[in-house]
Design a binder for this molecule. Structure first.
Ligand code: NAD
Length: 360
């Protein structure tokens, strides 16, 4: 039976980069006979314009029915002033939580061809290949109660809540161990167990899960140290598993080790490996409509989709190889351009990856 993919281009550069990723997906579909069927809808600001809400009920239903979702990015100045309840980002948070996408996988890979793009010394980052597994639907971003209140003395006070249940920790820890097993069998769990009760439970549950993975080497690290180690010696890490807020911050830090956010894909998975795939970057309104955005993060998200949701490792490897070949040819969008390489636009970059894929 054919696999259904719902494509949500979103806002800003979203439609431009998704168009290129769709070309690559269709080329892979044809070459490897993947039997994929694509359909399209709106999310974020584009959905506010079309449906009056950032995620329409019918779009959510289509996403539920699909086997995977490919997303561009959402948001932009056009919708900054609207009712906070229907801001574009609300659509994103809602689709993630409604689909139960609790595991966010963010690889940070430094392509050797782009070693110059990192702000760190080449010897620190050359060969970097780490995977951050972030818990995505729990913790302080969703915890209740949360409010701003006025104290008796008239001062305003705000607070958030950081809850984690055992089952939430257990399922994300398992994803971390499973991913480590597929890679170099090293898992580092990042927490703040010296201070936070939620982190103490986190550490205890991760230790319990570790008993089922004797072949994976587990270590624990406090988040402040992890932030430091990521810039001091990032290659010590293989897979990092951590909570929602720590993962948000550390994955952005890790992405910068690679030089450009335009290169970084991500996957958000549910318990059955159904996933939503999107670049790590936002909708880049500053360059939207100019045809200069880097589509490679979205193209690499398609490769993650084939790998994790459809178990099509051969096709996924081929897309990654095609991207590497295009970089070898010296083609660069503006964000990764350096002296001596050829500057190309979004469409040319997409076409070059399709051509490389067809010729493999
Ligand atoms: P951003 O990631 O959109 O842009 C940051 C910088 O990186 C900009 O200078 C941009 O031009 C550049 N950039 C980003 N992607 C690029 C690409 N593919 N090629 C070349 N350059 C690229 O972050 P921001 O400016 O903080 O946010 C802009 C909008 O995106 C906001 O509305 C924000 O809410 C939204 N946003 C959405 C997501 C998402 O949809 N997942 C994530 C982050 C931000």
């Amino acid at each position: 039976m054919s696999k259904q993919i719902l494509v949500l281009p979103g806002d800003g550069i979203g439609p431009e980069i998704v168009a290129e990723a769709v070309k690559v997906l269709e080329a892979a579909n044809e070459k490897y006979r993947l039997d994929l069927q694509l359909s399209f809808d709106e999310l974020g600001g584009a959905a506010v314009d079309k449906y009056g809400v950032p995620l329409a009920d019918e779009t959510l239903e289509r996403a539920r029915a699909a086997d995977a979702v490919l997303l561009g990015a959402v948001g932009g100045p056009k919708w900054d002033g609207i009712d906070p309840a229907i801001r574009p980002e609300r659509g994103l948070l809602k689709i993630r939580s409604q689909l139960g996408l609790f595991a966010n996988l963010r690889p940070a890979i430094l392509y050797p061809q782009l070693a110059e793009a990192s702000t760190l010394k080449p010897e620190v980052v050359a060969g970097l290949d780490i995977l951050i597994v972030r818990e995505l639907t729990g913790g302080i971003y969703f915890g209740q109660p949360r409010e701003t209140r006025v104290l008796e003395n008239g001062e305003r006070q705000a607070y958030d809540t950081l809850p984690y249940s055992e089952s939430e920790i257990r399922r994300i820890a398992k994803v971390g161990f499973d991913m480590a097993r597929l890679r170099n069998k090293k898992l580092c769990s990042v927490d703040k167990a010296n201070v936070l009760a939620s982190s103490q439970l986190w550490r205890a549950v991760v230790e319990e899960v570790a008993k089922d993975y004797p072949d994976v080497e587990l270590s624990h690290m406090y988040v402040d140290n992890a932030a430091m180690q990521l810039v001091r010696a990032p290659k010590q890490f293989d897979v990092i598993v951590t909570d929602n807020m720590f993962g948000d911050i550390l994955s952005d830090e890790a992405s910068m080790l690679t030089g450009s956010i335009g290169m970084l894909p991500s996957a958000s998975l549910d318990a059955n490996n159904k996933g939503m795939y999107e670049p790590c970057h936002g909708s880049a309104p500053d360059i939207a409509g100019q045809g200069i955005a880097n589509p490679l993060a979205t193209i690499l998200s398609v490769s993650m989709m084939l790998r994790y949701s459809f178990a099509q490792a051969v096709a996924a490897d081929a897309i990654e190889k095609a991207v590497s070949q295009v970089l070898d040819q010296g083609l660069r969008t503006g964000d990764i351009w350096s002296q001596g390489t050829t500057k190309v636009g979004t469409r040319e970059m997409g076409d070059a990856v399709v051509a490389a894929l067809r010729n493999l």
